[in-house]
Structure formats: structure tokens, C-alpha cells
Design a protein around this ligand. Structure first.
Ligand code: HEM
Ligand SMILES: [Cu+2]
Length: 558
């Protein structure tokens, strides 16, 4: 380790000056790298809790009839599972963790544009979680509406909806603040010479996502406030008995929540676009097409929300229009996939864990995406609506797409964040266990759903038993794989070998500085007049040491 630099583990800037206390140094830190790690710790703790809740649901479903919980508890369980997974885990997801850590590093900046706002958004996020948790224990029942809060049930049920809505609102606010910060950072803080079309593709993914966070999240914010107003003051917006319209809530909700799907997947695609050239040691094919397709997906994503409401009584014309628009999203998505495959064509691919996760995700996400097209066809969806086919589809897309690529990114940037290496062999074994567990868990649900198994039911007809039992066994394999993976990463942090600045032979700026990076990232800010993925004969074109501050060379150290 070079002695001239302090890593962000030793020293940090805080909002209130310098603290001797380590804990205060962390929770008041305005260093984007520490904030990223704090987000990560909180998010993955809740991911673990939501997985445990899901495992208990799967146990309940092992046999027909009541096993370990009654219908009311089951409703509360899937509501909590959904709220945690969506609002606490995957919406902040990649931007708040890997994005926060890497955005400044990849564009050659010393921090995000508004470091204090970054810390504030973290604390708003924590406040939101506290509100959600309060809703579970605060006199009365835990929320039982499902994470979509559909009316009129959400305006009528006796459970603690207002607290849960407040929580979701705060979590949305945190997401907006992150988005604003990232947009400003991308526009203002790129290293000199780095035009938009010289940015790494992960930055493109984050940038497109930030616009969705800023433009779409306020819609759901307003919607949640309206439900609160309705419950507290009896204003009739959604309740038909007061002259309101429950379908209005569905419209408003999905105007946010469909774009939110792309908010989740675009940075995940960005991760794939980083990993593929690195492990093929080749420039990426179709850089511009991949960059622009992110923005196209973000844009079309606003126009398709009605595909969640084919059975809500919308007119045939409207349903048809939404159906066609839904199919359009496949175009920019396929552009990305073709470009990735073209990059891999004739490359000598290195199958390390991050690449393995990326390739595995291709399979699961394509299944998730294709079944999405099936559901996007109006006639078919009328049949499949609210069956396990839908449950399988979105777990394939979100878990097998977004979360898996997040795992890919976690392995890829692990050496950068920790300065250590995890064990490759165990990393690969963990991937295979999770992959097998995942497919055992969710694939049978397509079949059960197609045969008519409805979702959100704690009980079912005996002919569905076998599918639920396979799925439950799959859920144990899956959970075991998760534990295996996290233990391996934890061991890497504890006693992994030092990784060095650039263990993968990667080309982007973050690999040109020490691992972990020092407090203000770069000694020298480079002039970037080259493309992000430049290889000649399998070797990176640019070798730089950006940890050294050239202007201070020869000067004395304090
Ligand atoms: C160990 C992994 C997981 C298991 C075993 C699991 C299991 C389940 C089960 C059994 C249901 C209820 C199905 C029903 O009764 O309709 C469900 C619903 C749901 N899951 Fe998961 N899940 C997992 C991971 C995830 C992840 C990673 C996400 C998103 C990031 C997610 C998001 C959801 C959502 C949004 C619902 C719908 C809740 C509702 O209907 O209100 N799940 N999951
Ligand atoms: Cu949608």
C-alpha cells in the first residue's frame, strides 16, 4: 500500500467537522463511498429479512390447507415481503450502492455534486424504513393490501396503512434526491475531455435511471398522499362510495411503477456492459447503440403502464395501444443483447465469477423478458392475470435480471471497494447453487400459473401441490446459495489476498487508482479523450497512475 494516501476507511469528511468516534465518522460521512457502503449494509439486511419472510410463505405453501400461518398473516407476509423487496431493496438498489460508489470514480470526479444531499437522502431512506417498521407494530394489524395499495381495500382495511404509505413516500423522496444528485454529477463533474459518448456504460445506465427517479417518482408520491388524505380526512378520491374512482389509483400507481421496472433494470444492464468488454478483453460492440438504447427504454417505459390494467375495464382500443407499445420496449432491449453477443463473438472469454453471473443472467432475464411479452399480449394476459405465471415472470425479471446483475457487479467491483479478493472457486460454486435453486424455485410457477393457480392465496387446490413443493425445495437451495455467496464475500473482506488496483485488466478510470480508493479518489484528474473500453490484442490501451498528484510532486507531505 502506498503510504502517501489514506483510504476512505481511515479518514472521511463529515457534515459536522471531524469526529474521533468511528461510528460518528461513518454516519455523518459525506464521502460517496461510505454512503454507498451504509446503503449496502442497510439494504442487504432488509433483503435478508424479506427472504426469510418469503421462505416462511413457501413453507406455508408446501401442502394445501393451513400449515404455519393463517390467511391474514399470509396477506401481511406477502405485503411486507413486497414492500421491503421493492421499496427498500430494489428501487434504491444499484444506484444507491454501486452507483454511489462508482459514479464519481468512473467519470473522474472527487465526489458527487451534492455530497450533503447524498447523506440527507440516506437518512430520509432510513426514516422511511423506520416508518414502514412502525406500521407493523403500531396498535393494530400490519398492512395487508399488497405493495400496490389498491383501492378501495387500502382506503377501508383496518390495518396500519397510513404508516406504511408514509414510509413508502419517504423512500420515494430519497430516491428522487439521489436522482437529482446523479443528474447534476453526470452533467457537471465529468473529467475534462469526457463527452457524453465517452462515458462508461454503467454511467449511462445510472443517468437514464436518474431521470426516471426524478420524473416518475413524484407521481407515486402524490398518489400515496392522496390515499393518506382519503383515509385520514375521508376525501373521496378513490373510494367509489364517496364518488371516487379506484381505477384512478391503478393508473397513477402504474404510471410510476412501470417506469420503475426500468429504473431497476437500466443500471443492471449498465453493469453487464462493463463486465462483458472486460472479460472479453475487447472494445464493446455498438457502444453508441447501447448508450442510446438506455434512454429509449427509459422513454418508452413511460408509455406502457396500462398493460397492468388489461382486466380493469379499460376499453379495447386502449388495451390494444398499450399492448403494442409494450412490444416496442423489446426493440431497444434486443439491441443491447445483440451488441453484447457481438462483443463476445470470437473473443477469448475469461469465465471469472462476474462474467459467469452475467451469462447466467442472460438466461434468466430472457425468460423473464419473453414471458413479459406473453403477458403484454392482451388476450393472453386476460387469462394469465393474477396467476402464478405473473409471479414467476416478475421474479425471473427482477430477481433473475436486476438482482443477479447486482451480484455480478458486487463480485466485479469487490476488489475495488475492499482492496481484497474473494475466493474465485467458491464464488463460482455459489453462482451454480443459486442458479439451480432459482430455476427450481420459479420455473414450476409458470406451469402452475398456466394451469390456473391464482396468486396471493395462502391455500390451493390439491392438483397444484407438486408445483408448490418443488418450488419450496428450490427456495431452500436458493437460500443456501445466498448464504454460501455472502460467507465467501465476507471471508474475502476478512482474509482475502490484496487485489491491487486493477485485477481484471479493466480499462475504465476507477481501475487506475488504488483499491480501495483514497479519500478524494484521484490525485490527478485525467484528460479523457478516449473511449471507455479500449483494448488492443487483449491488453488495455491506457495505463495511468491517477493516484499521484502531479502538481504536488516533490512537495513535502504534511
Ligand atoms: C428468496 C427469494 C424469494 C422468494 C422465495 C420469494 C417468494 C415470494 C412469494 C411466495 C410471493 C407471494 C406470491 C403470492 O402469494 O402471490 C412473492 C411475492 C412477491 N415478491 Fe418475492 N420472493 C423472493 C424474492 C423477491 C425479490 C428479490 C423481489 C424483488 C426485488 C420480490 C418481489 C416480490 C413482490 C413485489 C411480490 C408481490 C407481493 C404482492 O403480491 O403484493 N421477491 N414472493
Ligand atoms: Cu409494466
Amino acid at each position: 500500500m502506498s503510504s502517501t494516501h489514506t483510504s476512505f476507511y481511515q479518514e472521511t469528511h463529515t457534515v459536522f467537522g471531524h469526529h474521533d468516534n468511528k461510528f460518528l465518522q461513518w454516519i455523518f460521512s459525506i464521502d460517496h463511498k461510505r454512503i454507498a457502503i451504509m446503503y449496502g449494509i442497510v439494504m442487504f439486511s432488509f433483503f435478508g429479512i424479506a427472504v426469510l419472510i418469503a421462505l416462511s410463505m413457501r413453507l406455508e405453501l408446501f401442502y394445501p390447507g393451513q400449515q404455519i400461518m393463517g390467511p391474514q398473516t399470509y396477506n401481511e407476509a406477502f405485503t411486507l415481503h413486497g414492500i421491503i423487496m421493492i421499496f427498500i431493496f430494489i428501487v434504491p438498489g444499484i444506484p444507491a450502492t454501486l452507483g454511489n460508489f462508482l459514479l464519481p470514480l468512473q467519470i473522474g470526479a472527487r465526489d458527487v455534486s451534492f455530497p450533503r444531499l447524498n447523506l440527507l437522502s440516506f437518512w430520509v431512506f432510513v426514516l422511511g424504513i423506520i416508518a414502514v417498521l412502525t406500521s407493523l407494530f403500531w396498535n393494530g394489524n400490519a398492512p395487508d393490501t399488497g405493495w400496490t395499495f389498491y383501492a378501495p381495500y387500502s382506503t377501508k382495511t383496518g390495518s396500519n396503512i397510513v404508516m406504511a404509505l408514509t414510509g413508502a413516500y419517504l423512500l420515494g423522496l430519497a430516491s428522487i434526491l439521489t436522482g437529482i444528485n446523479f443528474i447534476a454529477t453526470t452533467h457537471r463533474l465529468r473529467a475534462p475531455g469526457m463527452g457524453f459518448f465517452k462515458m462508461p456504460l454503467f454511467v449511462w445506465g445510472l443517468y437514464a435511471t436518474s431521470w426516471i427517479q426524478v420524473l416518475a417518482t413524484p407521481i407515486v408520491g402524490i398518489t400515496l398522499v392522496l390515499v393518506i388524505l382519503e383515509r385520514v380526512f375521508g376525501v373521496g378520491v378513490f373510494d367509489p362510495t364517496k364518488g371516487g374512482d379506484p381505477v384512478l389509483l391503478e393508473n397513477l400507481f402504474w404510471m410510476y411503477s412501470h417506469p420503475a421496472v426500468y429504473l431497476m433494470i437500466l443500471p443492471a444492464f449498465g453493469i453487464a456492459s462493463e463486465i462483458i468488454p472486460t472479460f472479453c478483453r475487447k472494445p464493446i460492440f455498438g457502444y453508441r447503440a447501447i448508450a442510446i438504447s438506455s434512454s429509449m427504454i427509459a422513454f418508452i417505459g413511460y408509455l406502457v403502464w396500462g398493460h397492468h390494467m388489461f382486466t380493469s375495464g379499460e376499453s379495447n382500443t386502449v388495451a390494444l395501444v398499450f399492448s403494442v407499445l409494450t412490444f416496442l420496449v423489446a426493440v431497444p432491449t434486443s439491441i443491447k443483447f445483440f451488441d453484447w453477443i457481438a462483443t463476445m463473438y470470437k473473443a477469448s472469454i475469461v469465465f471469472d465469477t462476474p462474467m459467469l453471473w452475467t451469462l447466467g443472467t442472460f438466461i434468466t432475464f430472457i425468460i423473464g423478458g419473453m414471458t413479459g411479452l406473453i403477458l403484454g399480449a392482451v388476450g393472453v394476459d386476460v387469462y394469465f392475470h393474477d396467476t402464478y405465471f405473473v409471479v414467476a415472470h416478475f421474479h425471473y425479471a427482477i430477481l433473475g435480471g436486476v438482482v443477479f446483475l447486482m451480484f455480478a457487479g458486487m463480485h466485479y467491483w469487490f476488489p475495488k471497494v475492499t482492496g481484497k479478493m474473494y475466493n474465485e472457486l467458491h464464488g463460482k460454486i455459489a453462482f451454480y447453487i443459486i442458479f439451480v435453486g432459482f430455476n427450481t424455485l420459479w420455473f414450476p410457477m409458470f406451469v402452475a400459473g398456466a394451469l390456473g393457480m391464482p396468486r396471493r392465496y395462502f391455500d390451493y387446490l390439491p392438483q397444484f401441490t407438486i408445483y408448490h413443493q418443488i418450488a419450496t425445495v428450490g427456495s431452500w437451495i436458493f437460500a443456501f446459495g445466498l448464504i454460501y455467496m455472502f460467507v465467501n464475500l465476507y471471508k474475502g473482506i476478512r482474509k482475502g489476498k490484496p487485489a491491487g488496483p486493477n485485477p481484471w485488466n479493466a480499462t475504465t478510470l476507477e481501475w487506475q487508482i488504488p483499491s480501495p480508493p483514497q479519500a478524494e479518489n484521484f490525485g490527478t484528474i485525467p484528460y479523457v479523450d478516449f473511449m471507455p473500453y479500449e483494448y488492443i490484442k487483449g491488453e488495455p490501451v491506457h495505463h495511468m497512475d491517477l493516484s499521484v498528484d502531479e502538481s504536488k510532486k516533490g512537495a513535502h507531505h504534511e
